[in-house]
Design a protein around this ligand. Sequence first.
Ligand SMILES: Cc1cc2nc3c(=O)[nH]c(=O)nc-3n(C[C@H](O)[C@H](O)[C@H](O)COP(=O)(O)O)c2cc1C
Length: 218
Amino acid sequence: MDEIIRQRIRNSKTLLGPFPNFFYEKTPDYPQALFLEWFQVAVESSVHEPHSMTISTIDQHGSPDSRVLILKDIDNEGWYFASSSQSAKGKQIEINSKVALNFYWSEIGRQVRIRGNAVTMNKERSSKDFLERGKIAKAIALLEKQSLILQDPHELEEALTKQLIKLNRNPKLISPSWTLYKVEATEVEFWQADKERKHIRLQYNLRGEKWVKNLLWP
Ligand SMILES: Cc1cc2nc3c(=O)[nH]c(=O)nc-3n(C[C@H](O)[C@H](O)[C@H](O)COP(=O)(O)O)c2cc1C
């Protein structure tokens, strides 16, 4: 059984296409603008959860860590995500704000890589994000235990029930640790797959106030 699955892994095909065109000569001056163009193509191409992204952080020993999060917003200043400041990632960001984001949209053979700094947004913006969450998601966050060891799954059920009762009494409850973060990018790469493996890579680098664009070898 294992051997069949391992053979399946070895024989799996990737990047078969068809892929959309990427007219890299005609791209906006800002990576955020190109990201929005690509995001629209992803939505129109029915990419599954295009707002899911991998975020990498660095722990106190200098070891990398990563997990999937939801992109909450994007504007001229950066890319936004939300989580608990007391989670593993929250503590890592507090020590070292350097992060990397990665989007991979397999249906259209596109990858976007973003490197930059995570900046904590103020209480008002974090609270607004929290209040937009669903009831269970709010209750889970109000437990204030993300990434801690769970000794017994029953503890989760009990604690969650208590938080849901509290939330029903006061729907405006806000988790003190819930934080909206903005990733201010310094480097953004747009990667477009090509069936012949001549992938197109366009990198934006922030030089002072200006974004400089370069093609990279595939
Ligand atoms: C599709 C998807 C979306 C997720 N979105 C979030 C999110 O927006 N915020 C969050 O804190 N965790 C989210 N998670 C859970 C994280 O991947 C992770 O398990 C959690 O944040 C704890 O990470 P940490 O221990 O590195 O802090 C999501 C997971 C998946 C698979």
